[in-house]
Design a protein around this ligand. Structure first.
Ligand SMILES: C[S@@+](CC[C@H](N)C(=O)[O-])C[C@H]1O[C@@H](n2cnc3c(N)ncnc32)[C@H](O)[C@@H]1O
Length: 305
């Protein structure tokens, strides 16, 4: 085990000041402490290249989190007249941090519910060139089609949606996935794991179907394995990404027991000889144009990879 890894809730970051999780289950300071790899330049450059933001464009970031990637997009669009970036997220904690980080136009809203796009104001309706999203749509299992309807609320005809999310077989070891381990540990204790599983990891085929049925014309789809080092260890990763969702019904001591069991189940595949943890993430990247009545305008962003 490395010094950075921990396998108990008590030992997790004992000296750091963390905000409480908000009603959505997220906590920006915990995310920044354990999940900063998500918005690292190394991991976001493929989806940012696919977005190919241009000076002067108007772009909404769906599930902007604490805003680090959103700010990268803003730097580009603000180089041109009228350039605007808007961040939307379900978590009040994330939106507060995004504002603190310097994003001016940020809103708390559920991207699965098109009606909530009204919170962006009437002038937002149908005015944006692109919807961008990184690492957020796999949290929208409840209504993935609703996300595309929300995108249509804000996009101009011919605008694009470009994103990256977890796809089919995400979060695997080499033989056992952490998701399967969580399901096993919960089922064993008599819990309905499917009900509390927050993840939607579609295959390329399934996501194409969803895009097409929502009047989007796909221009790029890829599913790419990525080895993702977990510098703070698997237990801390579970505490950030699984504790408030999969383990929402369990008190701390039982949640800790499940997380420890999952760590043990995954150790053989996901921890190397020096004690470092990693997982294979499958990244589903896509871009698609919003077609209105069979007519596509502004189709200038095509797959580059
Ligand atoms: C892993 S973080 C990614 C954040 C950011 N895009 C980044 O790259 O750092 C996932 C984000 O999705 C947001 N999210 C999850 N479900 C959502 C929903 N239904 N509506 C809006 N945001 C949501 C979470 O609050 C969280 O901030």
């Amino acid at each position: 085990m490395t010094g950075a890894s921990s396998s108990s809730l008590k030992n997790l970051a004992p000296n750091s000041k963390l905000d409480p999780r908000d009603a959505s289950g997220w906590c920006a300071s915990l995310y920044n402490q354990t999940g900063s790899f998500v918005y690292s330049p190394e991991f976001t450059s493929p989806v940012l290249s696919l977005l190919a933001a241009k000076p002067g464009e108007r772009i909404v970031d769906f599930g902007c989190g604490s805003g680090e990637v959103t700010l990268e997009v803003e730097k580009i669009v603000k180089q041109g007249d009228g350039g605007l970036v808007v961040g939307v997220d379900l978590s009040k904690s994330m939106i507060a941090k995004a504002r603190e980080n310097g994003l001016e136009h940020v809103f708390v809203a559920d991207i699965q519910d098109p009606a909530e796009m009204d919170r962006l104001g009437p002038e937002a309706c149908g005015r944006f060139d692109a919807v961008f999203t990184n690492a957020s749509l796999h949290w929208c299992k409840q209504n993935p089609a609703g996300v595309l309807e929300s995108a249509k609320q804000v996009l101009r005809p011919g605008g694009r949606i470009v994103g990256e999310m977890g796809g089919f077989m995400n979060c695997i070891g080499y033989s056992l996935g952490v998701r399967s381990a969580l399901h096993y540990a919960l089922r064993k204790r008599g819990h309905d794991a499917e009900r509390v599983d927050p993840w939607y990891f579609p295959s390329m085929e399934d996501y194409v179907k969803l895009l097409v049925s929502a009047s989007f014309e796909p221009t790029h789809l890829s599913l790419t394995p990525r080895i993702t080092p977990l510098s703070t260890g698997l237990f801390a990763w579970l505490n950030l990404f699984a504790r408030p969702f999969f383990l929402q019904d369990l008190p701390d001591d039982q949640a800790e027991e499940v997380m420890q069991e999952v760590v043990e189940m995954c150790r053989r595949d996901c921890q190397d000889a020096s004690g470092k943890w990693a997982m294979v993430y499958m990244r589903l990247r896509f871009s698609a144009i919003y077609k209105v009545m069979g007519f596509t305008c502004g189709r200038d962003i095509l797959c580059t990879t």
